[in-house]
Every structure is written in structure tokens, then in C-alpha cells.
Design a protein around this ligand. Structure first.
Ligand code: 15L
Length: 268
């Protein structure tokens, strides 16, 4: 495809991976953006932009067909930092996209948008959002923002509730949450190319037997995960979470127990 694709967060872990992977699978016009230029190769296009700055965000979204939005703080942080970087940054990007008639946005949502669900509850794309942190709340905001911009302004979107996207699973929790780089790339590709998406929620997970998510909606859209956490030896994975009894109850793991002042029995 030679339509222009913008990848935000291109100096970061997953944005950087996608900037390269999209080029490899046949996108010839991909441009990355981030606050700073890091790990960008000479043959890759890149523009510095702070999404908190609306004017610059409008500038970099001109002539773009689809945005792959991975630019955000990727873990829990202070309310102010999450507000400015994740919430305002994302809002600016969608509004800039509307002004510039961008057709699609693939939003990097996260399992932390539904982190306060118990591990015994199987979720699907219609399950209630239950953010487990300021970070998770910013992902809920992004999901709802993209729904508004799809319904009202016809900007098609796919929100990928990413589990744990790493080269290989590292912790025992990842047996349920892992997604490989290739499988995440496949989902992003579907978001850019699928003919009839409107506003879709899918789970960013490989084909893991011990999953907490029914991802049949993604499968209907054509997702065929190639990888699975099942082939890794669970005994070799770290047991970090096992010291934290609360983390073990909820899908969001340690994000749920950090600064927790509530009562576990109230979170059904
Ligand atoms: C996320 O959303 C984070 O960006 C990543 O750092 C991991 O914590 C991941 O979720 C996870 O839940 O494993």
C-alpha cells in the first residue's frame, strides 16, 4: 500500500517495532513521529512532534490516510502526566485527524482498560471497561474517543486491547496475556486494510490456551494468530506476581494492587 501511514510513538518499543514491521509487510509510505528521535534508521521517515502541541499535531497529520497511535506513557504514572501525555495528546491527535480528513486510526488500547475484571471472568469486545489505573483510564478514554469520532465523523477505528507484547513471554501472567510482535502487526494491518470496520474493539493476544479473552470478534475480522504462549515452558518464566496476592486475582495484575486503598471483596 502506498497511502501514507503515520505511526506515533515511533521511538518507543511497540511504535518502533511497527514502524519497521509495516515497511516489511509492504507499506511503502510510513512515517514515524515521537517527542525525540530514537532508534530510527536512515531509510525510515521521521518527524519530531509533541502531541500536546495541537498546531504541530495538525501539521503532521496532513495528507495521512491512517494513524497507528502508539504514542503515550506506556505504564502507570501521575494523574497529571497521564492527563497531559495520554489524554490530551490523544484528543489532539483525533481532532487533528478530523480536520485533515484522516480515514482511520488504530489505537493502542491496553488490557489495563479492563484490568479490574477478575481472572475468572471471560471477557469479549462488549465487556464493561474497568480501568485499573490512571494509565488504564487513559485507554478507556481513547476507546470512547475513537467511538465518538467513528460515529460522528466517520473516522474508522480499531482499538487493540494489548495484553503483553514482548519478544517472548517473561512472567507467568503472560501465559494468558502474551502477543507476539508478528501477531500485533497482523492486527494493525487488519485495522488499516479491512474494508468494513467502523469502531472495533479487539484483544491484542496471540492464540493462548489460558486466555481470559474471547477474541472471536478479531477472528471474524480475519485475525489468524500465528503464535501462542503455550509453547513456552511456564517453569522458566518469572513468578514476580506470585508475591502479590491481589495481583493474582485481577486481569490487570500489579496495576490493580498499586496504591490500592479499596476492599477487594467489593470488586466483583
Ligand atoms: C501495558 O499496557 C503496558 O504498556 C506494558 O508495559 C505491560 O505492563 C502490559 O500492559 C501488561 O499488562 O503486561
Amino acid at each position: 500500500m502506498n497511502k501514507k501511514i503515520l505511526v506515533t510513538g515511533a521511538s518507543g518499543h511497540l511504535g518502533g517495532m511497527l514502524l519497521k514491521a509495516l515497511g516489511r509487510i509492504g507499506y511503502s509510505n510510513v512515517v514515524g513521529t515521537d517527542l525525540k528521535k530514537k532508534n530510527i534508521k536512515k531509510n525510515e521517515k521521521f518527524i519530531i512532534c509533541n502531541l500536546k502541541n495541537f498546531k504541530s499535531t495538525v501539521k503532521i497529520t496532513k495528507g495521512i490516510y491512517a494513524i497507528v497511535h502508539f504514542g503515550a506513557i506506556p505504564v502507570e504514572d501521575t494523574q497529571q502526566k497521564i492527563l497531559h501525555n495520554n489524554i490530551i495528546g490523544t484528543y489532539n491527535l483525533f481532532e487533528a485527524a478530523r480536520i485533515n480528513k484522516v480515514k482511520r486510526i488504530i489505537f493502542a488500547s491496553s488490557n489495563h482498560a479492563i484490568g479490574f475484571h477478575r481472572r475468572t471472568t471471560k471477557l469479549n469486545e462488549l465487556s464493561t471497561q474497568r480501568p485499573d489505573s490512571h494509565y488504564g483510564l487513559s485507554k478507556v478514554f481513547g476507546e470512547d474517543l475513537s467511538r465518538l469520532y467513528a460515529d460522528k465523523f466517520n473516522i474508522k477505528s480499531m482499538c487493540i486491547r494489548i495484553g503483553s507484547c514482548l519478544k517472548t513471554p517473561e512472567d507467568r501472567r503472560h501465559i494468558s496475556t502474551w502477543i507476539s510482535y508478528d501477531d500485533l502487526t497482523q492486527l494493525v494491518n487488519i485495522g488499516i486494510k479491512h474494508k468494513s470496520i467502523h469502531h472495533e474493539i479487539v484483544y491484542g493476544a496471540s492464540k493462548n490456551k489460558k486466555t481470559w479473552w474471547n477474541n472471536s470478534h478479531a477472528y471474524k475480522l480475519g485475525y489468524k494468530p500465528k503464535d501462542s504462549a503455550d509453547r513456552f515452558n511456564i517453569n522458566l518464566l518469572s513468578k514476580n506476581e506470585y508475591k502479590d496476592k491481589m495481583a493474582l486475582l485481577f486481569q490487570g495484575g500489579v496495576f490493580t494492587s498499586a496504591n490500592f486503598k479499596g476492599k477487594i471483596k467489593n470488586i466483583l
